[in-house]
Design a protein. Structure first.
Length: 350
């Protein structure tokens, strides 16, 4: 309701009340109209002045402040000062919307704070484990260096492995940091995904044989699948996903890669028939150092940053990755790549 309408209705109510009271005592329509007119006019002027000065002007100021805070400085300057035609009603809506936005912002900040704490705790733990191991091996090495050279070499090798693990951790953390800040450029080229998948299969063939995992990529892809992306980084994505599938899949299982053509993208799926992942873990699967089974993950090796790197690489390409999984059935990671505008010719033809 507009301010003037509100004052008018209030003044009418006061004027009518005084007029009816006067009519009750005077029993005259003349005096009713006189008292109504005088009281209505006086009430309207007094209420308008008092409400405007002490209430309405302050409501307009609060509304303008909230509205400008919501818009932000740049957008506010572009639109200019906005004045609502009905701030009494609009201020409630603005406050509710603003409160809702602030609530979401606070919840996000709490989640980020929790993530920061967990991340710092995980980083500390991941670095502390190999450092303590190196310290123990060196102390033992000092004791048996002259008495048992063979044992000394064994501990030296173990210390070297832990140093290598530290090196991988630092390298992966540095990669994520540079991907987030855009320091690592995306070198876009046009290439065929099919030979890349076969290349990754060859790289991981020995590891797959050691666990009895069958790598499946059907020969139905007889037409080039040309994408516009950074080939080396996509190769890293494929290696991480297929390597994880072999590492955490069941023995004598299988890992398959499928490519689906969308409107302006290709969807690439990496699927295994392993133990699967419970639904509660899926939203956090791409977080740094997040591990579903800590004991098994450490036994299998790795830094716990592989999926985080995969996500950052694809986000740098402005593409997406998702995961779906069913316990005791298997897991599928699916990501998109931008399709390149290239004529699709059969292999071997120019």
């Amino acid at each position: 309701m507009k301010f003037s309408v509100l004052v008018l209705i209030t003044a009418l109510a006061v004027g009518l009340s005084i007029g009816l009271v006067n009519y009750h005592f005077q029993q005259s329509w003349y005096y009713l109209l006189i008292s109504f007119g005088v009281s209505f006019g006086t009430s309207f002027l007094v209420f308008y002045y008092l409400l405007e000065k002490y209430i309405y002007s302050k409501i307009k100021l609060i509304y303008k402040l909230i509205h400008n805070l919501k818009l932000g400085k740049d957008l506010k300057e572009a639109l200019g000062e906005y004045v609502s035609a009905d701030p009494i009603n609009d201020v409630q809506q603005e406050v509710e919307e603003w409160a809702g936005a602030k609530k979401k912002e606070i919840e996000l900040l709490k989640k980020q704070e929790q993530f920061r704490r967990e991340f710092l705790s995980n980083v500390s733990h991941e670095f502390k484990t190999p450092l303590f191991a190196i310290q123990g091996y060196i102390e033992t090495l000092q004791d048996c260096l002259t008495d048992d050279p063979e044992m000394a070499l064994k501990f030296l090798k173990k210390a070297e492995n832990n140093i290598e693990r530290l090196s991988y951790l630092i390298k992966d953390l540095d990669s994520i940091s540079k991907l987030e800040t855009g320091e690592i450029p995306i070198n876009y080229t046009k290439f065929d995904v099919v030979p890349l998948v076969k290349e990754v299969f060859e790289i991981l063939e020995d590891r797959a044989i050691s666990t009895g995992t069958r790598l499946i990529f059907k020969d139905k892809y007889t037409t080039p699948t040309i994408v516009h992306a950074d080939r080396e980084k996509v190769r890293q994505v494929m290696i991480n996903l297929i390597q994880n599938s072999i590492k955490y899949g069941r023995e004598n299982g299988s890992t398959s890669v499928k490519i689906f053509e969308l409107h302006d993208q290709y969807l690439i799926e990496v699927t295994d028939d392993g133990m699967g992942i419970e639904e509660k873990h899926l939203p956090r699967l791409f977080e740094r150092f997040y591990r579903i089974d800590t004991h098994r993950s450490r036994k299998e090796g790795g830094t716990g940053l592989g999926l985080a790197i995969v996500k950052h690489i694809l986000e740098a390409h402005q593409q997406t990755i998702s995961v779906r999984s069913t316990p005791n059935i298997g897991t599928t990671f699916a990501f998109t790549l931008q399709k390149s505008v290239e004529p699709l010719l059969p292999y071997g033809k120019k």
